[in-house]
Write a protein that binds this ligand. Structure first.
Ligand SMILES: NC(=O)c1ccc[n+]([C@@H]2O[C@H](COP(=O)([O-])OP(=O)(O)OC[C@H]3O[C@@H](n4cnc5c(N)ncnc54)[C@H](O)[C@@H]3O)[C@@H](O)[C@H]2O)c1
Length: 350
């Protein structure tokens, strides 16, 4: 099999997971470039791969000898880098969120279509075995009509976490706080499990315990889906530890849920059971990043090679972002936001 020639753009914290994944996939990838504006980080990454060039300018890896780029930079950079890469006919797998604003997400989707390249957005937690099982059960109708959902995230991000970063905690670079960074995975999973469009959102948010930044560290929302399902969400990153994320989906014939990556099922006629993730992938860094990046990366490579549809493409990647932007609008304007809505890029909404 011809190896895909790739570049890693952004060699910060999460790049450790990519480094380990590329080592496991060495028969599939040739790591040609490691890119970071902090060149020492690019060099440290490049050292792990024979012939890999370290550079501080992502444009230098868009000149013809790369098939695909992985983007793991601050959020606000994702659209610019992705768009430029795609305009050079390079496939893009970007970290979540694909962008901060919906207009940029739309443009990325449009450019991928025009250039005929693949665009994927990392939501690795959708690749957890138990998650896939409960999603199939919902799709097969085993829960009956889906009527309710809730997600609960209470994690711990210190003031130092924000102080040590030159982009986290800012509206212009991170695009928000606990919702767009930490809770985005659970929001993505819940909307994917419900499998329908949002009708409207009401929400509130605050910054309660991170006075070093001005983004939200607590948010709650009521998300009404068009199929009638009511989704209640709560997220905060000012708890005392990273408690397991809790997700619950309620159907007329039973309930399913997740406690972090452990799935559980309670059906009227089938009792209660749990589904462990037996198929461990690759991890590095904090445990809450999980093991599944490598599975989504492999899936993306497969889609590129076989010219198949990317499972979490731009349109899929946009869905959780749209809910989050809807919450920011609803909470800031203190009113119900009916979908679809115009995503205002202004100082009020941020
Ligand atoms: N999927 C997950 O579970 C998960 C977990 C952590 C982070 N992430 C995502 O990964 C991305 C990076 O997060 P992180 O925690 O690694 O951040 P980080 O700050 O540790 O790393 C970002 C890196 O990008 C570099 N950078 C900035 N501008 C650049 C540019 N123009 N060109 C090249 N490099 C540039 C920075 O110097 C830094 O080294 C974010 O989108 C974040 O949300 C995802």
């Amino acid at each position: 099999m011809k190896r895909l020639r790739i570049a890693m753009i952004g060699c910060g914290r999460i790049s450790q997971v990519y480094k380990e994944s590329f080592k496991h996939l060495e028969d599939q990838v040739e790591v040609k470039y490691a890119v970071d504006v902090k060149l020492d980080r690019a060099k440290a990454f490049a050292e792990e791969f024979k012939g890999c060039i370290a550079t501080d300018d992502y444009r230098s890896c868009l000149q013809g000898d790369v098939d695909l780029v992985h983007i793991a930079t601050p959020h606000h950079m994702h659209p610019m880098i992705a768009t430029e890469a795609m305009k050079h006919k390079i496939h893009v797998l970007t970290e979540k969120p694909m962008s901060i604003h919906l207009q940029d997400a739309d443009q990325m989707i449009q450019v991928a279509k025009e250039e005929g390249v693949k665009l994927g957005v990392i939501f690795q937690t959708r690749y957890v075995e138990g998650y896939k099982t409960i999603k199939n059960m919902i799709r097969e109708g085993k829960l009956g009509k889906i009527i309710g959902a809730r997600s609960y995230l209470s994690w711990d991000r210190s003031d130092d976490y924000y102080k040590q970063s030159d982009w986290k905690g800012s509206w212009d670079k991170e695009g928000g706080g606990v919702l767009i960074d930490q809770a985005i995975h659970s929001i993505d999973r819940v909307q994917d499990l419900i499998g329908d469009e949002v009708d409207w959102i009401e929400a509130s948010m605050q910054n309660r315990n991170h006075k070093v930044v001005d983004v939200e560290d607590v948010a709650e929302a009521f998300v009404q889906f068009k199929n009638g399902c009511m989704y209640q969400l709560y997220a905060c990153n000012c708890y005392s530890y990273d408690a397991p994320i809790q997700i619950e989906i309620v159907g007329e014939k039973g309930k399913v849920g997740l406690i972090q990556d452990l799935a559980w099922v309670r059906l009227e006629d089938d009792g209660y059971y749990e589904i462990e993730d037996e198929r461990k992938g690759v991890t590095a860094g904090p445990s809450y990043w999980g093991y599944s990046h490598i599975m989504q990366i492999q899936d993306f490579y497969h889609a590129v090679r076989e010219n198949e549809k990317v499972i979490i493409d731009g349109i899929e990647g946009r869905k959780a972002l749209e809910i989050i932007r809807g919450i920011y609008h609803a909470a800031t304007l203190n009113k119900r936001i009916a979908f679809p809505f115009e995503d205002l890029k202004d100082a009020l909404i941020q």
